[in-house]
Write a protein that binds this ligand. Structure first.
Ligand SMILES: C[S@@+](CC[C@H](N)C(=O)[O-])C[C@H]1O[C@@H](n2cnc3c(N)ncnc32)[C@H](O)[C@@H]1O
Length: 310
């Protein structure tokens, strides 16, 4: 079921950008692309759960749960755990609740529509493990969220997060910007020009822009410091940098995809910002690489796990 029909069935507001992205635009609504992403995401979830050291009977909160990746993983690992799924997207909470009901897990689940910076529906010191996957990056006020996580965690309880670090992508884009030579017909300069124009819809490409965006103005060490100044103890970082070929996907799926919610698809960028001739040039440069899986990408994921003071 795609995001649009899901909204229609559940009677949800149409404008739920995270719902649409997670269930559809993330993989360009393409089964091949979704299947290629699945094992990569499952590996990330498994490391996140390993660091959480989940014990029987624990009360877990999956904050920014999306379609329940981490929380459902926690329910599977220990048959007696319970999970509070929290997300700012009403559509995703409805979707996740529906999944839980269909799997017969709903009696062990609670669902809350809320922002990570205002978790008033969860009482103080009521949670044994907070799990967060790929959500902090999208928060302006990350410190406020960590304050809320500390408040809901019992003394001595564990937090385990994994988040993408986008700063390197932005620095790479700033590098591309410096290689552009507008008007040049040199193939390398044209490649830099067109790729830069496409990617600058997703990341800032100047030092000032990188510094002022909450998506890019921090790295993994800053995350560690954030946990420390928020009062967590036993703070650990595991940094994973995977420089790998992107999955081989159909060109249509590539065009229909976007790297995160609320930003245009690659196809939309080409339609809006490229002439027909430039679109042809861009396709000539990239299509074979995209379809053969020889386009390199670098994914940076920071795993941080820590304890609430006892
Ligand atoms: C990249 S998705 C990750 C979803 C899920 N954790 C996963 O691993 O698949 C980011 C999620 O964070 C949620 N989100 C974004 N801002 C949020 C906020 N301020 N509070 C709570 N959830 C938020 C989105 O609705 C979305 O479900």
């Amino acid at each position: 079921m795609n995001a649009q029909s899901l909204s229609a069935v559940a009677g949800l507001p149409g404008d739920d950008t995270w719902l649409e992205w997670l269930l559809s635009t993330r993989h360009g609504s393409d089964a091949t692309y979704a299947a290629a992403l699945a094992p990569v995401i499952a590996d990330i979830r498994d490391r996140l759960l390993d660091h959480a050291n989940i014990q029987p009977g624990q009360a877990i909160a999956d904050i920014g749960c999306g379609d329940g990746l981490a929380g459902f993983g926690a329910l599977e690992r220990q048959a007696t755990t319970s999970v509070t799924f929290v997300d700012i997207s009403p559509g995703l909470i409805a979707h996740t609740r529906d999944l839980a009901q269909r799997c017969g897990l709903d009696e062990r689940c609670r669902f809350i529509v809320a922002s990570a910076v205002a978790l008033a529906a969860i009482p103080d010191a009521s949670i044994d493990v907070v799990l967060v996957r790929a959500m902090l990056a999208y928060l302006e006020d990350k410190k406020a969220a960590l304050g809320e996580f500390r408040r809901i965690l019992r003394p001595g309880a564990r937090i385990s997060i994994v988040d993408p670090i986008f700063q390197d992508n932005a620095f790479a884009l700033a590098g591309l910007a410096s290689q552009r030579r507008p008007g040049s017909s040199d193939v390398g300069a044209r490649y830099a020009e067109l790729l830069h124009r496409c990617r600058s819809a997703y990341f800032p490409d100047s030092l000032d822009g990188i510094r002022s965006s909450s998506l890019t103005n921090y790295n993994e060490r800053d995350l560690v410091r954030l946990f420390q100044v928020s009062g967590f103890v036993n703070v650990h970082l595991r940094l994973h940098i995977d420089s790998v070929p992107a999955p081989a996907i159909p060109w249509g799926a590539f065009l229909a995809s976007s790297p995160r919610a609320g930003v245009p698809t690659i196809g939309d960028i080409l339609d809006e910002q490229f002439t027909a001739a430039e679109r042809g040039e861009f396709e000539t440069m990239l299509r074979a690489k995209i379809e053969s899986g020889s386009m390199l990408e670098q994914n940076v994921n920071a795993y941080v796990f820590a304890d609430n003071p006892g």
